[in-house]
Design a protein around this ligand. Structure first.
Ligand code: B1M
Length: 210
């Protein structure tokens, strides 16, 4: 029997070698990739997200757990592709134009990947037209924009307007976040949602594309 609870525990503890070993063991024993992802890797990241929300875990622990989760995903990804299992959704993410802060955005991206979503990361300083191009290229369910500067928050509004101008606004849900961002700002600029932290962003995406 593959030990998927132990795999989840190894993710929570950020033990990359153990995650690799237990993932490979489960594959060798014939466990389906979906079970390994859902009952091992995602289940572990789920706990990490909850601990982060409750201030039991801080940024370094989340980054280390995400790195461990990725080590398992590297083994599973080719198998998922072969078995034709679809991701829960596709999210295009980036920081707003002019903004170079990427630590929070990376956390959100990693938690989303840990939650079973395919994430297309446009990195930092992403122009509104680049978001439009990414929608046309990847057909995502959600566009996620992060901003850490009050001066780059207006670029989130510009992005939403650019999506509308290009006729793709109705194809996607737009979520925003970052330290200076609020729910009322999201309402003001017509975003579909706001999340205060990375774990809440995963819940938000799930609720928006359910
Ligand atoms: Co900058 N910086 N910085 N900085 N920096 C801040 C943000 C600042 C608050 C510092 C300060 O003055 N006290 C201030 C902004 C003031 C403001 O506008 N209100 C500031 C400034 C002014 C600047 C520069 C202008 C400084 C200068 O050059 N004069 C400059 C701007 C560069 C640019 O972007 N164009 C600048 C540069 C930098 C560094 C490059 C040195 C570095 C960034 C390195 C990097 O990201 N690779 C940096 C850093 C590290 C910070 C602080 C110290 C930390 C930010 C961080 O990573 N936090 C920050 C001060 C502080 O916060 N103590 C500061 C940890 C991260 C996990 O949190 O990003 O909030 P956060 O993400 C959270 C949530 O917000 C949420 O989830 C995450 C985890 O739960 N979240 C989302 C984030 N994105 C989300 C998206 C979502 C949902 C949730 O959905 C889409």
């Amino acid at each position: 029997m593959p030990d998927l609870p132990a795999l989840a525990e190894a993710v929570i503890n950020g033990n990359r070698d153990e995650v690799q070993r237990l993932t490979q063991e489960a594959v060798d024993e014939g466990t389906g990739p979906e079970a390994i992802v859902n009952e091992g890797l995602i289940s572990g990241m789920d706990v990490v997200g909850k601990k982060f929300k409750n201030n039991e875990f801080y940024v370094p622990e989340v980054l280390i757990a995400a790195r461990a989760m990725h080590a398992g995903m590297d083994i599973i990804k080719p198998l998922l592709a072969e078995s034709g299992i679809e991701p829960r959704g596709i999210v295009v993410i980036g920081t707003a134009k002019g903004d170079l802060h990427d630590i929070g955005k990376n956390l959100v991206a990693m938690m989303l990947e840990g939650g079973g979503y395919e994430v297309i990361d446009l990195e930092v300083d992403v122009a509104p037209e680049t978001f439009v191009e990414a929608i046309n290229e990847h057909s995502p369910d959600v566009v996620a924009i992060s901003a850490l500067l009050t001066t780059t928050m207006p670029a989130m509004k510009d992005t939403i307007e650019a999506l509308a101008g290009a006729g793709v606004r109705e194809q996607v849900k737009v979520i925003i976040g970052g330290a200076p961002v609020t729910q009322s700002y999201a309402d003001e600029i017509g975003a579909d949602g706001y999340a205060p932290d990375a774990a809440s962003a995963v819940d938000l995406v799930a609720s928006l594309i359910a």
